[in-house]
Design a protein around this ligand. Structure first.
Ligand SMILES: C[S@@+](CC[C@H](N)C(=O)[O-])C[C@H]1O[C@@H](n2cnc3c(N)ncnc32)[C@H](O)[C@@H]1O
Length: 229
């Protein structure tokens, strides 16, 4: 991706060294047949290189965090929840309170919706651009105290302190995430899965249809506490 940048820099460095070498032997503003002086040409070269390089670096910096999730072992790209999906998540949170976490919080829409419902909501997200955008959205809504966002890898965070967990994942990650949540969550916690269910858990509630389907799992149930005498 940066190859064109190096190429342009190399071209320009070559041009400037040549100009210096020429400058040793002749006056600095030697006129060309068209009446355009070499230093002017070189200035344009630097300007164009600067603009092209700056654009490439900016595109690279913005695009990389969106592309890298696709290159990880578990590919979890940014796909925002639909409005209906968020409504279904909120439905599953009725009669619930306390803290909430959205695992891979994207642009923060789930966290912000939960904060509006009175939850202390937190999002963990790998992409820094999305985290900064989420913080900006929360600030715009006046929710900066109840909607917070962290730039973190979901596999390196412990979710034990949360009583409500929301995840819009991909099928490949669900068994591994289930193991993690089984180990970490308190008995009274609830896990809400969007679009893709946990394959080995039986949901306590399901709502919505198609891509907007949402499944709710109570930890007590999947841990088998409900069956204990
Ligand atoms: C399917 S999107 C869901 C976004 C949001 N939760 C929503 O419902 O609108 C998954 C998000 O997880 C993020 N992600 C991918 N791998 C991650 C990781 N290892 N740790 C944290 N976030 C990750 C992606 O950048 C993406 O924004």
């Amino acid at each position: 991706m940066l190859a064109p940048l190096y190429f342009l820099l190399a071209l320009n460095l070559g041009a400037s060294t040549e100009a210096l070498r020429e400058g040793d032997q002749s006056p600095p503003t030697r006129p060309t047949p068209l009446g355009v002086s070499s230093p002017k040409k070189s200035q344009w070269g630097f300007l164009i290189t600067g603009v092209v390089s700056g654009t490439l670096v900016a595109v690279y910096a913005v695009a990389t965090p969106f592309i890298t999730p696709a290159l990880r072992k578990v590919c979890l790209p940014f796909v925002p929840a639909t409005t209906k999906q968020i409504e279904n998540v909120v439905k599953m949170l009725q009669c619930r309170k306390g803290s909430l976490v959205d695992i891979g919080s994207g642009d923060g829409r789930v966290v912000i919706a939960a904060a509006k419902e009175g939850f202390t909501a937190v999002g963990y997200e790998l992409n820094p651009w999305l985290v900064w955008y989420s913080r900006y959205r929360a600030w715009q809504e006046g929710l900066q105290a109840s909607a917070r966002f962290h730039i973190s890898d979901l596999w390196k965070v412990t979710f034990s302190q949360y009583s409500n967990v929301v995840v819009f994942g991909v099928p490949q990650m669900m068994p591994q995430l289930a193991k993690k949540l089984e180990l970490e969550l308190e008995d009274d916690a609830r896990v809400i899965a969007c679009r893709f269910p946990f394959p080995n858990w039986t949901p306590n509630q399901v709502t919505g249809e198609g891509i907007d389907t949402v499944w709710a799992y109570d930890v007590r149930t999947f841990r088998g506490c409900d069956k204990r005498p």
